[in-house]
Each structure stands twice: as C-alpha cells, then as structure tokens.
Design a protein around this ligand. Structure first.
Ligand code: GSY
Length: 175
C-alpha cells in the first residue's frame, strides 16, 4: 500500500538549514518512506507570534508505506532525535514537521487532522507546495492552489532562500 504525502518543514532557531537537511536525510532513511521531491528553501516572515526570528520553510513529497498516524509518529521521532526545541506553542522552534496531505484523504483522529487545518491560510506552506504541484486543488476549499496563494497577504513575506537545482531531489542536500 503506497500513500502519497506532502510534509511541511520549518525551523527558526540555530542552524536552520542543517535542521531541515538532517530531517530530510532521516525521513529518507526510514525504511517505509521514499522521498519523491523537495521544494526550494524559502525564508519567511513569522506568522502568528511575530516577535521571533524568520523561518526557513520548505515542503517535501514522499511515498510512504505507513498509515497517517504511523507517519505522524515517525516524524515526531525524527523531531525528537534531532533534539527539537520549542518552548512556546506558537513560538520559535528548531524543527517542525507537519503532515499536510495524505493521498486525498480527510483524516480526523485524536492525534491528527489532515489536510492540515491551517495550511490554506499559510503562504509559507502553499508557496513551496505550489512549486511541487501547480495543478493541485485543495479539497477543503475547492480552489486551485494559485488562486488561494494570490489572496494571501503573507505571500510578500515568503522569499526564495535557496533555489532547488533542476530535478535532482538530492541536489539541495549536497551544497
Ligand atoms: O508550524 C508552523 C510554525 N510556524 C511558522 C513557520 O513555520 N513559518 C512562518 N513563517 N511562521 C510560522 N509561525 C509558526 S507558529
């Protein structure tokens, strides 16, 4: 059983790029996860609690032989292994791994809601997601992703920080 998933990554403390890259390496080393594509890395103005450092954000696409909750636990384990720090709920963090989409499923359990309930209002999620799939429609809103991005005020705060080089999924990890 192969499931297509999109995962958002974010970091705004310490060596932000290293946190993202180490997370991707660990995700790809998982025996039941196969990395398919990664976006460029974006530097983004903080949303919510705005008195904090800028984030690096990106999105990856993967095929997984896991249920959504198994994937959640695998990502939480990786966050822990990378010594995730987050002192305040909406505050700074070394690493955040969020499941955005799991096939086209609507999932609501005690641990997890997918599609991610706030993704449609976050340009720091939708801009890298759009880079991976321009034709995507968000089921929760039934609008093309580009239309949603165009309406978001915080899109001005999302800037390319490291451009993905061509189609090589691993090129970003190498330099
Ligand atoms: O899970 C979201 C963490 N977060 C972010 C983020 O990743 N990027 C930006 N730009 N703002 C954020 N605010 C929060 S909370």
């Amino acid at each position: 059983m192969k499931n297509e998933v999109y995962i958002a990554l974010g970091s705004n403390i310490g060596d932000r790029e290293k946190y993202l890259m180490n997370a991707i390496i660990k995700i790809n080393q998982h025996p039941s996860i196969c990395l398919v594509d990664i976006s460029s890395i974006y530097e983004t103005d903080p949303i919510g609690y705005t008195d904090q450092a800028q984030f690096l954000n990106m999105v990856i696409k993967a095929n997984v032989e896991l249920s959504a909750v198994e994937l959640l636990f695998a990502l939480q384990k990786i966050e822990k292994e990378l010594n995730r720090k987050r002192e305040v709920k909406w505050g700074p963090r070394t690493l955040d791994l969020d499941i955005l989409l799991f096939n086209h499923e609507n999932i609501e359990t005690e641990e997890l809601i997918v599609p991610h309930p706030r993704m449609h209002e976050r340009a720091f999620v939708l801009v890298p997601l759009y880079e991976l799939d321009q034709t995507m429609k968000l089921a929760t809103i039934d609008q093309p992703i580009k239309t949603i991005i165009d309406q978001l005020h915080d899109k001005e705060g999302v800037r390319i920080w490291k451009q993905k080089n061509g189609v090589d999924v691993f090129a970003l990890l190498e330099n």
